[in-house]
Structures are given as C-alpha cells and as structure tokens.
Design a protein around this ligand. Structure first.
Ligand SMILES: Cc1ncc(COP(=O)(O)O)c(C=O)c1O
Length: 449
C-alpha cells in the first residue's frame, strides 16, 4: 500500500538505529537551543503520513506546526516546482520581475478578506517577517508609533516579534526590546475570571483593552492592534466573533489598523481559506492580514495583504527583501490555491472538525481531565486539567504525547501552561487514518489517567 493511504506502524522502540545515528549528529552540530522533541528522522512523506529512516510510519497531526495543510508530496505541487526549477529559481523583484509572483498575488489579492476595494499583496519569507512588515505598513499608514498585542500571543522570534510574543521563554535574555509594544488580555473564555460567559465575558475583555489606552498608550498613538483569530502557541484559543466585532469598532473610532495574524489560521485550516472571512462576511473586516506556513505547501513563503491606500503611504525602500516571492515558492503556492479550491479543503476542515469536536465532547463526559474542547474549523485544541478548579495538567499532556508517538501518532502540546494538545493534521488525511488517529489518541489518554 502506498504511504499516502497507509496506517501508522511502529516497529520497536524509537528512534530506530538509523534515526539514532542522525540524532547523534544533530546533537553534535545543531545548537541545543533549537529545541527537539521527537525521535523521528523523516525519510519521506505523503499525504498525512511520514515514514522515518527505519521504516516506521507516523500519522502526522502536527503538520510541521501548521505548514502542511495541503499534505505532503501532493503530485501537482511536485510537478509545478520541478517545472519551474528547470526555468529559474530566483528573481530579485527590485531588479527583474518574476511573473509567477504577479500571477500569484493577482489570484490571492481578491481572496484576502480585508477592508477596501483594491487589495495589494506583498510576499516575504516567514511568519515573523510578514508580521514585521504589517506593522511597518500600519505605522506608515497612521503615522503612529505604538502597537497593542495580547496575552498568549505568538508572532515569531525576530526582535520585534519576540517582543510581541507573550511567553517570555521565547525571548529570555534577549533585551533590550523595541519600545511601543503594549499588551491587553486576550479573550481566553475557558479561563475568564468569575466564569464570565457570552456578552459579559466579551465586555470584560473589551474593557481590559480600553484600559491600555489609559494605562500604557493613548489611542491616538496606537498604529495597530494585532491578534490571532485562533491563538496557536497560546493554546488554540479562538477569538469570539463578538469580541472581534467590538475591537473593529474601537479601531474605527480611534483610527487604529486591525491586523489579523493568520500565519497559523490561514489556508483552509479554519473552514474558510482565511479565518477573517467570517468577519468580512458579517461586516467587520480587518485591515491587514498576514499569512505564512501552509501558503506554499512547505516551501518558505509568507506575505501580507491590505488595501492599496495603506500600501501607498509606505515610503519607498522601507519594505521588501532579497528572497521575497521566490519563484519555486510561488509555483507551489499557485498550486496550493488550485488544489484547495478543487478538493474543497475548507469543507474538509469543517467535516474533520465536526467529527473531532463531537467525539471529544463525548469522551469528556467520562474523562474529567478533558477540561475544554474548542476550535475554529480544523484548528482545534483539547485542554487537559487536574481538577474542577481547571488546574493545568501539562504532565498528563506529556504522557499522552509520548504514548501516542510510540503508537505512530504525532501530537504536539501548546498553550501558556503546556496543557493543550493541538490538531494541525494535513487536511487530506483519509477517513480511515483520521479514525485510527482518534483511536490511538483515546488509548493514550486512557493509558495515562
Ligand atoms: C500566529 C503566528 N504568527 C507568527 C509565527 C511566526 O512564524 P515563523 O516561524 O514563520 O516566523 C507563527 C509561528 O508559529 C505563528 O503561529
């Protein structure tokens, strides 16, 4: 059976002998600060499956942390990149125009659910770089110096984005940090004070946001508010739509740009091509969207889209970069869009979400350690707790991840307390593989409680 349609299978302990040799060399030459978690050395991958150097097969529910929404080794992408590689790899857009860059942004621009009639798109290389550029655009468009970000946020590891990122483990000892970055409370409903719910919870978090204008930066000095539609590293916490609408209203009133960091939510994961479509459909679009990860099926590419009127305010030369819009990446990105439309990846995300959420809610009835099951589309997380006081249970999460790995299912933790398990499986996973994944996951929970 092809790897693409196969099921997980692990022979003995991990890593196997071939994998162990690579991992030894890794330990010798790769800085230990680049964290490693899994004893898996990839040999090849297809669809939602990875085969390691020793012939073990894993079902991948991490997907390169949100990069592989389309799936591994999709034949159309392979063909497109191969064909482009025979023509040229690279064109520096400040010198010679790579037409694939233009082909791509021409297709993507009308699909980006931002405010305005004439969307333009700039491409970059990583999520952090896209976020940095979005902030440059917001600063140029407003002439203001400050930004507001949120508790639980993750925006990257460059100087500015590690400052924007909430968890200080990502920036320990790296100061001094850029000035003008202020933080408000993200609407983490499961952990809302006093078990506030619905409108009352939204009001509480909006009040907290407004307090930043009094305590940290006057609103008229704020260029942008940056949020993730579903916090990824922060624990797969979806922003309530009513909260986004209220933040949009504040931004309109105060002349602030609203930036959605869709680096992890983008490209069909949320049940739409972008999660911000839900906002635009309901009349409160964001101003700028950043994207990366799944955009080019694994070739580094990222970008941002906004109305031309905003980009027109950016001084020449302040945005751009050598590799932006690399030709191989654009060839792949064009195919990602085509395949996602043809095979209805957003619809598949919604179907997977229904099955997963209802199954976990069923298990939750008998497993008190399952504290919360949540998500938007197929960006889903399960939060594990110790008791009815919602004490985080990262120890249990660590054990579930290890047991699942030993049985061929790759899971990853997330969250401020490390007690959430995320779902970022390639959306082309077969039904049979998906059900097998649920079975391994359930057995791993049962084996550890
Ligand atoms: C929401 C979000 N923004 C930004 C980033 C940074 O992306 P990159 O690692 O490509 O710089 C990430 C990475 O996980 C992310 O999840």
């Amino acid at each position: 059976m092809s790897l693409r349609n196969s099921l997980p299978k692990v022979n003995g302990t991990l890593p196997g002998p071939k994998g162990a040799t690579v991992l030894e060399r890794r330990a010798k030459y790769l800085p230990a600060a680049i964290k490693s978690a899994y004893p898996v050395v990839i040999e090849r991958a297809e669809g939602a499956m990875i085969e390691d150097a020793d012939g073990n097969r894993f079902l991948d529910w991490i997907g390169g942390v949100g990069v592989m929404n389309i799936g591994y080794s999709i034949p159309e992408l392979v063909e497109a990149v191969q064909a482009q590689s025979e023509k040229y790899f690279h064109s520096m857009m400040n010198i010679t125009t790579n037409p694939l860059y233009i082909d791509y942004i021409e297709k993507l621009a009308p699909r980006l659910p931002v405010k305005g009639e004439h969307t333009q798109v700039m491409l970059a290389n990583s999520g952090a770089e896209a976020d940095e550029n979005a902030i440059k655009v917001a600063k140029a468009a407003t002439g203001r110096p400050n930004i507001i970000v949120f508790t639980g946020a993750f925006h990257g590891r460059t100087s500015l984005t590690m400052t924007m990122t909430a968890k200080k483990a990502y920036s320990h000892g790296m100061g001094p940090f850029p000035d003008g970055v202020y933080r408000a409370e993200y609407p983490y409903l499961y952990r809302a004070p006093g078990n506030l719910e619905g409108d009352a919870a939204v009001e509480y978090y909006i009040e907290k946001l407004k307090q930043v204008f009094d305590n940290a930066s006057p609103a008229e000095h704020v260029a942008a508010i940056v949020f993730e539609p579903v916090q990824g590293e922060g624990g797969f916490v979806p922003a309530p739509f009513a909260w986004v609408k209220a933040v949009r209203e504040i931004c309109d009133e105060k002349g602030i740009m609203l930036i959605a960091d869709e680096v992890q939510t983008g490209f069909a994961r949320s049940g739409r091509l972008f999660a911000s479509e839900y906002y635009k459909e309901n009349g409160y679009p964001v101003d700028i969207i950043t994207f990366a990860k799944s955009v080019a099926g694994g070739i580094p590419l990222s970008g941002l889209g906004a109305d031309k009127a905003l980009f027109d305010k950016v001084p020449g030369g302040t945005i751009g970069g050598t590799y932006n819009g690399n030709a191989l990446a654009c060839a792949s990105a064009l195919k990602v869009l085509e395949v996602m439309d043809r095979d209805d990846y957003p619809g598949r995300a919604l179907a997977l979400s229904d099955r997963y959420i209802s199954q976990f809610n069923e298990w939750k009835k008998d497993i008190p350690e399952i504290g919360d099951v949540r998500g938007l589309g197929a960006m889903m997380g399960v939060e594990f707790v110790k008791d009815d006081k919602k004490t985080p249970n990262p120890e249990l999460v660590g054990k579930i991840v290890s047991t699942a790995l030993a049985n061929g299912l790759l899971l990853e933790s997330a969250g401020t307390y490390g007690n959430v398990i995320r779902f970022l499986c390639p959306l082309c996973v077969t039904d049979e593989q998906f059900e097998k994944g649920l079975e391994i996951y359930y057995n791993a929970i049962k084996a550890n409680i």
